[in-house]
Design a protein around this ligand. Structure first.
Ligand code: SD4
Length: 330
């Protein structure tokens, strides 16, 4: 439905506010966040890139049995983390320039509980460690040695994450040691997964080994709540993939959710966030970023700076890859 946005209930303020739509194009679709007449598509799960198909299938097993979205998102991305063939998430992830595989992940539920780990080594499923941070500590994020120590205390097994093929790739890279991230291949395959369960509760998870051959200690957007992932059960959820530094600079996923709160459809909210990145960066060389979003009605969308980004979508009537719309060709 293409309408102008008028009055929107801002539940956080408990009042009614007029939102100016002057900054949005008139083509933008409007979504009223408290529209009780709307048909809600649930359960539903959406995730980044082709590996999202398998992750969605694992999440769906839980959602189809009326399980909770938080369990679904964790189970979904664990599949990708445990796949040694995937070179940018979990085991088999490409290492940093020193040959160390360092993992970043975060998770968020429908009550704004969240947990994260960053620069975690030797643990195959950082998303589950992030969940433990969320559930068993008063903190949101643990990093580096502290995160590993916590994981071991919680019973996670120490695992060598550097597979033969990622070691070989790193050794080849070392011959030149040029830091030249290549988009849509080795460097941009983070999995971000968002779900809406039967009860109407949203949750999200995001996990990555980050930029290949990054400086040791570098952390991108993926474990940062508000950047790589954000969930607000009143409105929707969003996550990001691509150049993390660019996503952090605009608080990307939080912005997408706020844009949905202000009436944009998931697609238009992702588009607006991408355009903000474009506006804030003079040099867009290799600056691929993609967002996906899911709102309370089960409506989904995605958008990227450059062509090539796609996402996996699963509901009772869909199980497919969708090519995201984009701002520019390479
Ligand atoms: C990062 N955003 O570490 C991650 C990388 C990524 O698909 O998304 N890869 O910056």
């Amino acid at each position: 439905m293409k309408t102008r946005r008028n009055f929107l209930k801002l539940s956080a303020l408990g009042g009614v506010a007029i939102i100016s739509n002057s900054c949005f194009s008139k083509e933008n679709e409007s979504v009223k966040i408290n529209d009780t007449s709307k048909n809600v598509i649930k359960p539903i799960v959406i995730s980044t890139w082709i590996h999202g198909m398998e992750a969605n299938a694992a999440a769906w097993e839980i959602l189809a049995k009326k399980g909770n979205s938080i369990d679904a998102v964790e189970a979904g991305v664990r599949v990708t983390e445990s796949d040694p063939e995937n070179s940018s998430v979990g085991i088999g992830g490409l290492p940093d320039r020193d040959g160390k595989v360092t993992l970043d992940a975060c998770i968020m539920d429908h009550e704004n509980n969240c947990g994260a780990v960053a620069c975690l080594q030797d643990i195959e499923n950082p998303i589950s460690v992030a969940r433990k941070v969320m559930e068993d500590t008063p903190h949101v994020m643990l990093v580096g040695d502290g995160a590993k120590q916590f994981a071991l205390e919680k019973g996670f097994k120490e695992t060598n994450l550097l597979t033969n093929s990622s070691k070989t790739a790193w050794e080849k890279w070392k011959e030149e040691s040029k830091y030249q991230p290549v988009i849509n291949s080795e460097n941009h395959d983070t999995i971000g997964l968002l779900a809406l369960d039967e009860k109407g509760n949203l949750a999200g998870a995001c996990t990555t080994s980050g930029m290949a051959y990054k400086l040791h200690g570098r952390v991108g957007d993926s474990p940062i709540i508000g950047a790589g992932l954000f969930v607000d059960n009143e409105v929707g959820a969003a996550c990001a993939t691509g150049v993390g530094e660019a996503v952090i600079r605009i608080a990307g996923s939080a912005i997408v959710v706020e844009l949905m709160r202000n009436g944009l459809s998931p697609n238009d909210a992702c588009k607006e966030a991408v355009q903000r990145i474009i506006k804030k960066h003079k040099d867009l060389t290799n600056m691929q970023v993609g967002f996906i979003a899911l709102n309370k009605y089960g409506e989904t969308g995605g958008y990227s700076v450059y062509a090539g980004f796609n996402y996996a979508l699963k509901s009772s009537s869909q199980n497919e890859m969708v090519d995201a719309k984009f701002d520019r060709n390479w």
